[in-house]
Design a protein around this ligand. Sequence first.
Ligand code: NAD
Length: 494
Amino acid sequence: MKLQYIDGERRAGTGAPLTIVEPATGLEITSGTAASAADVGVAVEAAARAFSCWAATTPVERSAALLRWADLVEARADELAAMESRGGGKPIKLATGFDIPGVVDNMRFFASAARQLEGRASAEYSGDHTSSIRREPIGVIGSIAPWNYPLQMAAWKVLPAIAAGNTVVLKPSELTPLTSLVFAELAVEAGIPAGVFNVVTGFGAEAGAALVAHPSVAMVSFTGSTAVGKQVAATAAGAVKRVHLELGGKAPFVVFDDADLDAAARGAVAGALINAGQDCTAATRAYVQRPLFDEFVARAAELMDGVRIGPVDDPATDLGSLISPGHRDRVAAMVDAARAAGAKVVRGGAIPPEFASSGGYYEPTLIVDAQQDSAIVQQEVFGPVLVCLPFDTDDEAIALANDTAYGLAASAWSRDVFRTQRAAREIAAGCVWINDHIPIVSEMPHGGFKASGFGKDMSMYAFDEYTQVKHVMAELTGVAAKPWHELIIGPPTS
Ligand code: NAD
């Protein structure tokens, strides 16, 4: 299969052979060739050529195109969901109920938002000039996406960029490019000109690095790990290139002693197991006030016992495969290390026996007695693993919640408005849920604090990333000798 979409057509890459496999079975879905650095250059040139025309379209034209595009994606929702499920190892009900509808909603949001770009009022701030603000697109955006929600992560980057008049070269993860390729084809079918949205499927070290470094890429928008994000930022800094980084997370889940215990336990297990825990906002560290701790752990264990592990195309499956056996082994090694360091694995902590020889399955895993400074508490596991730790005072809970390098998301559970408002104020994270964990809406921003990155996806705030503000100052008097000239060249001589 041709795995590149450049300037309105599918092309074969000139890089290394690339096989796309089903994470849940290890079977091949398709194969082709990856994008080389030269292919990335061709895609960037196409995007650069398309920029001036696309930037000159009116907001209503861009909005109309996005709405047509959304209709086309929605019409193929079932097919895209099946592709996302198969390619990502995720249960079909998650792809059908979350991934694809989320993308369609995002498309319609940005179609509307394209017509509402704002700046400050134009006015005569100096008295003698009218100052106005132009909010302009930046140019060619290099977008790099991870494999966990392939189409959603692509959409979060590509849609605000295109809605604001930029053109894009997207590099999806080499593991999960297939839905992004269809997404780009449908953009052209919707009337978005060839070259506005290109997809280069390739490896990070070659295609990703080439995209970040390309001199015609004006901005890099990256979603992925903090380690790679640092490399991207370092390269971009060398060219004073704008960057937007959506990086890792290690979300705390704080349960105060007046919380609804059942709601909190359900929220923690669902929040930890979504997408097999391969979610940057997943609930990973549950801090539970001591009077509720034992009951919370027992309830969470009971809920994990009910989780149905199965083939991803079975509508009853709750938990699918991790992205690869290699990633599953990394998760298993982190759990084993926690166990060796004295933590107790209350549930899971193993490969389900019935899936031992296929794919990257791992059991829902519940851990207690881990140390706050241990790797299982501090580092991103990106698997179906929830660690529960007790706390005594509210001060302690807030301090523990803030005690990792990350700051992407968090939640606080209590019936006391003062406690939840304090947690919302004092937890350093880009999103704090109160009495829930995970829901997102297109109208609200998503983005990190601390090592989770900076900049926002979704919402009107995304336009702050994908536009630049220009001040236009027009002189009104028509007088040649301005009073301020005297400060520099003296009074007029005639
Ligand atoms: P990753 O960092 O390994 O890869 C992300 C992307 O970067 C891939 O497309 C990869 O090919 C590319 N890449 C790798 N090396 C590169 C390089 N040197 N230069 C340029 N590009 C390069 O991450 P992943 O394993 O694909 O995804 C999981 C990570 O993504 C987790 O850390 C997760 O928390 C994070 N994530 C964050 C958010 C968020 O919104 N903050 C959302 C989803 C995932």
